[in-house]
Design a protein around this ligand. Structure first.
Ligand SMILES: Cc1cc2nc3c(=O)[nH]c(=O)nc-3n(C[C@H](O)[C@H](O)[C@H](O)COP(=O)(O)OP(=O)(O)OC[C@H]3O[C@@H](n4cnc5c(N)ncnc54)[C@H](O)[C@@H]3O)c2cc1C
Length: 537
């Protein structure tokens, strides 16, 4: 692509978490970025519970400390009353795989989104609030014009840019026009919620946990926020809602509370401090996320469901990936643009599909045991032999797929030494539950292929060849990895000996070699054949 003369390199539409993430990174990468946000911040938004996996994305754009300083409530786990018994069960993020942080935050989206947007400005983004994008056009060369209206003054204007990032949320300004929105027939629920002061919370570290009890019409979220405020919302089947809404929202909400004794108990001495709010939360995905001149992130591309609180995480994760993708398209015209955009879309779709499958399973399995949820999560995972509960927690923490990114960030993360040791051992494959025995003879597994693709490498994507399992796990085919497979091919070495050989032949240092062997076994690129006796190969 030839360099186009434009007012800006990139126009970002929308200043939610997806838009702030993408714009901040693009500005960091040296691009000139204008962001239009129709609202004046702070503005109200639903979506208050963040995943522990979001913490290092926040760290990446330098806001994690601010979140900490602002005193947002930390959630260390999620308590469920879900399944065939009404006995509550809790999962903790500390038990997730490959997580640099063992907690997420519960945030009021008004100040949280404002903080992200202000941070974007500090990174050089020209962020304009009360600027509504009214139209756009993309020329055949991919360059774009974007029309806006200043909603405070009524003035209108136009900018030109080399690329558009659509981060306009559920409105999907660009995607709605250029793509088909595929609604999910199964996930068409309604959310009915309000805020309470003084709701009963569990003691100690559990006080900030999200609480998710089911009841006959659906399920509840109970999200503890600062200042003793709690967000309490019911997600109900739209049919049930239609039938009951004639009784009035207040009465319907009250009836739902009464049907859920565990929740009623928490609210019995609390005071309702806001109106009842309603929103449909239908799941959808567009049939395309990107094309010449534009890319969509966050809800502008797809939305799953509130159940696992994945919205902000996916918005920030896709914002990160979108930024690297756009930066690559703009800086590296030698790369096939279609392939680069496909990398982005495939990565985001894969994450969407995995999480949606688990949401389906929990909805379908209202009456099943918690163990069935854990086992289903395991089937979504690309690590053979992973403990089912760990798989479930990792999935709802936003963990595993991004393991290699976490590893890369780990060096830069401010993680307590004790936790760092734990994470490093996880990265080393020791906690993957794959029962790696270094004294087993290892040979290359059979169930993987080589694939040409891209890998995130700093501010850009780079061409990479990777090994991929049938489940979709992949590992870069580095020279060290190539040598490892070569050394294992004749079935004469144990894991320990392979590690030594990698070091002896100068492929990598001891720790790296050990990691590579563990990781290869965890993914199934190497498999054990037999246990050997001391000294016998
Ligand atoms: C009932 C419910 C509960 C939820 N609970 C959770 C939860 O607990 N945790 C969680 O992580 N997620 C939750 N979500 C999802 C979460 O709200 C979204 O996924 C998340 O906000 C998506 O971020 P985004 O940046 O893509 O879009 P948004 O946050 O919606 O930001 C889009 C921005 O674009 C602006 N905009 C729109 N059109 C224009 C235009 N034409 N010009 C300029 N600006 C424009 C909007 O004003 C808005 O500020 C929930 C969703 C629902 C419906």
């Amino acid at each position: 692509m030839t360099r186009i003369s434009a007012d800006f390199d990139v126009v970002v539409i929308g200043g939610g978490p997806g838009g702030s993430m993408a714009s901040t990174l693009l500005a960091d990468f040296g691009k000139s970025v204008v962001l239009f946000e129709t609202a004046k911040f702070p503005r109200y938004h639903i979506g208050e519970s963040l995943l522990s996996g979001t913490a290092d994305l926040l760290k990446r754009i330098g806001v994690l400390d601010r979140l900490e300083d602002a005193g947002y409530i930390k959630k260390y786990g999620v308590e469920w009353v879900w399944g065939d018994r009404r006995e509550p069960w809790t999962v903790y993020f500390k038990d997730a795989l490959a997580m640099p942080y063992d907690y997420g935050y519960q945030v009021e989206r008004g100040p949280f989104d404002q903080m992200l947007l202000e941070n974007a400005r500090e990174h050089g983004v020209d962020a304009r609030e009360q600027h509504k994008v009214t139209d756009f056009a993309i020329a055949p060369d991919g360059s774009a014009t974007v029309d806006f209206e200043n909603t405070a003054t009524g003035e209108t204007g136009r900018v030109t840019a080399r690329w558009i990032v659509d981060a306009s949320g559920q409105g999907g300004l660009v995607t709605k026009r250029l793509h088909t929105q595929e609604w999910d027939d199964y996930l068409r629920n309604m959310a009915v919620w309000t805020y309470w002061k003084g709701a009963k919370r569990p003691p100690g570290l559990d006080a900030g946990n999200t609480f998710l009890p089911t009841f006959s019409d659906g399920w509840w979220w109970f999200i503890p926020l600062r200042d003793d405020i709690t967000s309490v919302g019911a997600v109900v089947d739209r049919q049930a809602f239609q039938e009951k809404k004639g009784m009035g929202l207040e009465a319907y909400y009250k009836e739902c509370v009464e049907k859920t004794p565990e929740l009623a108990d928490r609210l019995k001495d609390a005071e309702q401090v806001d109106e009842i709010r309603v929103q449909r939360d239908w799941s959808y995905i567009y049939d395309g996320f990107a094309g010449d001149g534009y890319i969509a992130c966050g809800d502008a591309a797809c939305f799953i469901d509130p159940l696992f609180s994945t919205g902000v995480h996916l918005a920030m994760l896709s914002g990160f990936l979108a930024a690297v993708t756009v930066n690559t398209v703009l800086d590296k015209p030698e790369f096939d643009r279609g392939r680069v955009l496909d990398f982005y879309e495939n990565a985001y779709r894969k994450e969407f599909a995995r999480l949606r499958a688990q949401v389906y399973f929990l909805y379908g399995g209202h009456g099943s045991s918690k163990d069935s949820y854990f086992w289903h999560a395991r089937s979504q995972f690309d690590v053979p032999g992973i403990d089912p509960e760990k798989a479930f927690i990792s999935l709802i923490a936003g963990a595993f797929t991004h393991r290699s990114w976490y590893r890369r960030y780990l060096e830069r993360l401010d993680v307590p030494a004790e936790l760092r040791g734990t994470i490093e051992s996880i990265f080393a494959g020791k906690s993957a539950g794959a029962n790696i025995d270094l004294d087993s003879v290892l040979i290359p597994g059979e169930d993987f292929t080589k694939a040409d693709g891209f890998a995130v490498d700093g501010a850009h994507l780079r061409e990479s060849v990777s090994l991929e399992t049938r489940e979709g796990a992949s590992l870069a085919l580095t020279p060290a990895m190539e040598l490892l497979l070569e050394l294992a091919a004749d079935g004469s070495r144990t894991g320990r000996q392979l590690t030594e050989a990698l070091v002896d032949q100068g492929a990598c240092g001891q720790d790296q070699a050990q990691n590579l062997v563990h990781e290869s076994v965890s993914y199934g690129f190497l498999t054990g054949v037999e246990k050997v006796r001391d000294g016998v190969r």
